[in-house]
Design a protein around this ligand. Structure first.
Ligand SMILES: [Zn+2]
Length: 219
């Protein structure tokens, strides 16, 4: 009996999923073991050190194509399942399953919940080098050193001090007598007054910070 065209399509979609599973197993055989485990995000910075880590739960692990110059490869899409469309999907599958393994990274789906509800997100994981976002880890201890260094840096340079002001650019505390005053000129846009030229004096730790601020305001 001839297979119905819709069934053929369904089979191809299933096949595509199996290929993805296959790639994941080859790329990171133990990846699925992470499902249900906690993942930690550190938002500490030397300007704002903090011991608090965000806790997320890993809900799924899959694969994601690397962002290459050639762009992403997608399965053909159509509202109508015709014979011709099926042929294009078959051609795609044949090409897709032969892609080299290094076309892909691992993708962690994560979820967190607070009093406002659930938030979903995802993270790219490169086998051999870890999460592309370096503020993320499976082990909260990984951040201990960073938070310690942030606190030291904060105490040394950024903590508000008597007789000092914070540089507008880098946030470092500068003794009032050493402040570099610089006239900033830039355009701003306001819904009430429209485009305006702003002209004001900024306070900086150095001429470099003043110039960098002026340049960033010019866009
Ligand atoms: Zn500065």
């Amino acid at each position: 009996m001839r297979e119905k065209i819709a069934d053929i399509y369904e089979r191809l979609v299933q096949r595509n999923k199996e290929i993805d599973e296959d790639f994941l197993n080859k790329l990171y055989p133990d990846a699925k073991d992470f499902i249900g485990k906690k993942l930690y995000v550190c938002r500490s910075s030397f300007r704002n050190p903090s011991n608090e880590l965000e806790e997320w739960i890993i809900t799924d692990v899959s694969i994601i194509q690397k962002n290459t110059r050639n762009g992403y490869i997608f399965m053909p899409h159509s509202k109508k399942i015709t014979k011709k469309f099926i042929e294009s999907v078959e051609a795609y599958i044949e090409m897709y399953e032969n892609l080299p393994l290094d076309t892909f990274d691992v993708f962690f789906s994560i979820e967190s919940s607070d009093k406002y509800g659930k938030t979903s997100s995802g993270l790219r994981y490169v086998v051999g080098s870890g999460f592309t976002d370096k503020n993320v880890s499976l082990d909260p201890k990984d951040f201990e050193e960073k938070i310690k260094a942030d606190k030291e840096e904060y105490e040394k340079y950024y903590k508000p001090r008597e007789g000092c002001v914070a540089c507008e650019r880098c946030g470092k505390q500068v003794p009032i007598e050493n402040v570099v005053k610089y006239k900033l000129i830039y355009q701003s846009w306001d819904s009430r007054y429209g485009r305006q030229v702003v002209n004001r004096i900024g306070q900086f730790c150095s001429g470099d910070c003043a110039l960098n601020e002026q340049m960033s305001l010019e866009g």
